[in-house]
Design a protein around this ligand. Structure first.
Ligand code: NAX
Length: 328
């Protein structure tokens, strides 16, 4: 039998944590034949609720779940971690400036990055979900100099999945017929969902839709502002769909993209497509054997260029702000 994989989840007592843990334990994160040990990292106030969730996990009698450990000590939480899902973050509260938000999250992601550096397994893969996800990932990555930078990723898979769903609805196609969609840039309102290379049942999506006004005034803002629309409707931010996207992100990273398709991941830029090296920006990527590669050679038209540049500009500003704060 296979050795269990150690999966650490921060913010385990939160609403995404609640939607995420049961799917990890039932084999959806890594595969139906991979046993897991769960490490739940919370702040002291979250420990009791995390224990309650752990009781429910026990009560599912998941065959793949070997062990659950709950802690508020990052060194313990990341000890031997093979996969780390950094979900817990400091939300923006009323009246909070961006600088306050970045520094509050720096206080979380810098020590967690160091704890990953000092304690995680050599093959550690990190997904940052907690917002601002891209820049939190950058902070954690900078605090982990012994871990290859490319192991730190940020989640734009929810945006990717939202865009697929919107495009399927517009074209009347099945979700499974949509391929090669890309989210570029930041997981924020500036993100750019790109359909110019996407395919709908083998046909170019942009040509099929042939409606730039829909693209600019409906599709892009609907995808980019979907989080706010969910809050408005549900009275709480997206949780199950975010957990689902985290599962998809890691599953794809570990198990590979399908032939003829790609996915979107926030990853440290290597300078491709004019995105400054080092910032964590979303790209089209293919994955294989636990590694990913940026899809190269895509033609970027003017419409796309302006939008990628605007989102990347926001990311460089966030990077400069956390540098100023001494967080990277
Ligand atoms: P909740 O407030 O329900 O849960 C957050 C949990 O994190 C709490 O239990 C809290 O005690 C814990 N926590 C806080 N600081 C911690 C620390 N230093 N170490 C360990 N745990 C800590 O938030 P939830 O709805 O679960 O959302 C979590 C994060 O995901 C938020 O930052 C949210 O903005 C972000 N999201 C990111 C998305 C993405 O696509 N990248 C989409 C969904 C979501 O909005």
């Amino acid at each position: 039998t296979r050795t269990p994989v150690n999966v650490t989840v921060t913010g385990a007592a939160g609403q995404i944590g609640y939607a995420l843990l049961f799917r990890i334990a039932s084999g959806h994160l890594l595969g139906p034949d991979v046993p897991v040990n769960l490490r739940l990292l919370e702040i002291p106030q979250g420990l009791k609720a995390a224990e309650g969730t752990a009781m429910e996990l026990d009560d599912c009698a998941f065959p793949l779940l070997r062990n659950i450990e709950i802690t508020d000590d990052a060194n313990v939480g990341f000890d031997g971690a093979n996969v780390a899902l950094l979900v817990g973050a400091r939300p923006r509260t009323k009246g909070m400036e961006r600088g306050d938000l970045l520094s509050a999250n720096g206080g979380i992601f810098k020590p967690q990055g160091k704890a990953i550096n000092d304690n995680a397994a050599d093959d550690i893969k990190v997904l940052v979900v907690g917002n601002p996800a891209n820049t939190n990932a950058l902070i954690a990555q900078a605090a982990a100099p012994d871990v290859p930078a490319e192991r730190f990723t940020a989640m734009t898979r929810l945006d990717h999945n939202r865009a697929i769903s919107q495009l399927a609805a517009k074209t009347g196609a099945a979700v499974s017929d949509i391929k090669k969609l890309t989210i570029w840039g930041n997981h924020s309102a500036t993100q750019y969902p790109d359909i110019f290379h996407a395919e709908v049942a083998g046909k170019n999506a942009a040509e099929l839709v042939n409606d730039e006004a829909w693209l600019a005034d409906s599709f892009i803002p609907t995808v980019a502002k979907r989080g706010a629309a969910i809050i408005e409707a549900r009275g709480a931010s997206s949780a199950a769909s975010a957990a689902n996207a985290a599962i998809d992100h890691v599953f794809t990273w570990v198990n590979g993209t399908a032939q003829g398709d790609w996915t979107s991941m926030g990853i440290p830029s290597d300078g491709s497509y004019g995105v400054p090296e080092g910032i964590i920006s979303s790209f089209p990527v293919t994955t294989k054997n636990g590694t990913y590669e940026i899809v190269q050679g895509l033609d970027i038209n003017e419409f796309s260029r302006a939008r990628i540049d605007a989102s990347v500009k926001e990311l460089t500003e966030e990077r400069d702000a956390v540098r100023e704060l001494g967080l990277i």
